[in-house]
Write a protein that binds this ligand. Structure first.
Ligand code: MG
Ligand code: ZN
Length: 216
């Protein structure tokens, strides 16, 4: 649940950025590159992380993932089943990860064993935007199945992200969504400076471009 009391929110966000800075420094001390994946339930964050990790492992990059979810071990189990070492991070009832939860997860990880840490945030397009975790990159993932209005409806998360990804390009026709509408909304929102990355995790298209954009 999001903090709503006026005044209190500022303290919570201030405390969060303090801890996020500590996480960032700690990851840097271990020469780790880190990415926070945000997006709705069903956008394909878990599958995307699995595929990116597979590609990186082929190149000898040591990757692990933190699976952020309200409850349960579903994403954690999918990661582990795919061969990706994972750490489960349940928020209890919060609808977003915060820097303190990530700090606790980092305590479980032997940071000398990894080059890259992927963090899958809780499925939510709203409040994760307000809670940086201390990663190098913040990524927002949407999919064509969510409709063509996601950028128009969720400015904050797109403006708080370093890169934006449009997944499930392979079924855009079937769901009647024109990816160009989304691409144009994103271009407009970012003042013509940024392009959304289009991909299909299922067809393994567009993934190398994402890896390059994240400098992994
Ligand atoms: Mg997931
Ligand atoms: Zn929340």
């Amino acid at each position: 649940m999001h903090i709503v009391q006026p005044g209190m929110e500022i303290d919570v966000l201030k405390e969060n950025s303090k801890v996020a800075n500590e996480n960032y420094r700690r990851l840097k001390e271990h020469k780790i590159r880190s990415v926070d994946f945000m997006g709705s339930i069903g956008a394909g964050k878990t599958a995307l992380i699995i595929k990116l990790a597979e590609k990186l492992r082929e190149k000898g990059v040591r990757v692990c993932a933190i699976a952020g979810d309200v409850t349960g071990v579903d994403d954690y189990s999918r990661f582990e089943k795919s061969g990706l070492k994972a750490f489960n991070c349940n928020t209890g009832h919060e609808c977003h990860l915060d820097a303190n939860l990530v700090r606790k997860s980092l305590n479980e990880i032997d940071l000398d064993d990894y080059d890259v840490v992927f963090i899958e945030n809780v499925g939510n397009l709203v409040c994760p935007a307000d809670f940086p975790l201390g990663t190098d990159y913040r990524v927002v993932v949407i999919s064509t199945t969510e409709g063509d209005d996601m950028v128009r409806k969720h400015h904050d998360i797109f403006l708080h992200s370093d890169i934006a990804i449009l997944n499930k390009m392979d079924i855009s026709d079937a769901v009647g969504v024109d990816p160009e509408v989304i691409a144009e909304d994103y271009r407009r929102l970012t003042g013509g400076l940024k392009e959304i990355y289009k991909c299909s995790v299922k067809k393994e298209q567009g993934l190398d471009e994402i890896i390059a954009a994240l400098k992994l």
